[in-house]
Write a protein that binds this ligand. Structure first.
Ligand code: HPA
Length: 266
């Protein structure tokens, strides 16, 4: 950790980010538009390479709306074969660099039948069905306690702020529970039915490990899902990664303006 943080500090002239953003599939454009300095993950000691199509794999440092922002353009996923500890390492690095607020974003399938592709959903809570947890293993007390409380992983005041920002911009947002599966296979119709019965509104393959670690180490978390598809159901036909990226492309203009408004008001 010391090596990683020293490397980043040296390369960025001690850039002190207050806001961290993890940009999900098809949502990375913000980091193309606002980039004062970029570090590919492969150059950073102990970071891992992102392999998913539509994910670039670099840390981007930028001043946005007079705030120092650190963006992850692309993330690592559990389904790539990395451990839970590996995929959440960047969140701990953000904490060590001074980040206070973390905005987690992702592409997700709709489970709630009122949601449609290109909707944005503010995550109110999550259900971890990844069958693992990034906190398994010895606990480093310098980051957080052994049994962290999880009653408000997604900070209510940030959800309210995001809702206000959306209203200012005239953007409709949904709210709901994000259900995380390990992937990489999409869900069967029977699984979607089960997720709906058990309280999930959207389903994806990321975010939850990062949210657990962020909450554990005391970061304020806001989560935004970009609904890219009706999750596999008898009526919606076959689902492909291309369809997911395409819907994220449709949503990216409102997604970007919402993120910028949130940064401005944090
Ligand atoms: N399921 C899981 N992950 C996803 C989906 C989905 O339908 N869409 C985008 N990410």
């Amino acid at each position: 950790m010391k090596k990683t943080v020293e490397f980043i500090n040296e390369k960025t002239n001690n850039f002190k980010p207050e806001i961290g953003i993890i940009l999900g599939s098809g949502l990375g454009e913000l980091a193309d538009e606002y980039c004062d300095y970029a570090l590919p993950y492969i150059e950073i000691p102990d970071f891992i390479k992102s392999t998913v199509q539509g994910h670039k794999g670099r840390l981007v440092f930028a001043e946005i709306e007079n705030k120092q922002v650190l963006m992850m353009q692309g993330r690592n996923h559990f389904y790539e074969g990395h451990s839970m500890q590996e995929i959440t390492y960047p969140v701990k690095v953000m904490k060590a660099l001074g980040v206070k607020t973390l905005i987690l974003t992702n592409a997700a399938g709709a489970v709630n039948e009122n949601f449609k592709p290109a909707d944005l959903m503010l995550i109110t809570d999550h259900i971890n069905n990844m069958c693992s947890n990034p906190l398994i293993g010895p606990n480093d007390e310098t980051f957080g306690e052994r049994f962290p409380d999880m009653t408000e992983v997604y900070k209510k005041s940030l959800i309210e702020l995001a809702e206000k920002c959306a209203e200012t911009l005239g953007i409709d947002v949904q709210k709901g529970v994000y259900w995380a599966n390990s992937g990489p296979s999409y869900e069967t119709p029977a699984e979607i039915k089960m997720i709906r019965l058990l309280g999930g509104d959207a389903v994806g393959m990321s975010t939850v490990p990062e949210a657990i670690i962020a909450n554990y180490c005391g970061l304020d978390v806001l989560g935004i899902s970009c609904i890219t598809n009706a999750a596999s159901s008898a009526t919606s036909g076959k689902l492909s990664h291309e369809e997911v990226i395409e819907a994220a492309n449709t949503a990216k203009i409102k997604f970007k303006s919402l993120i910028l408004e949130i940064i401005k008001n944090i």
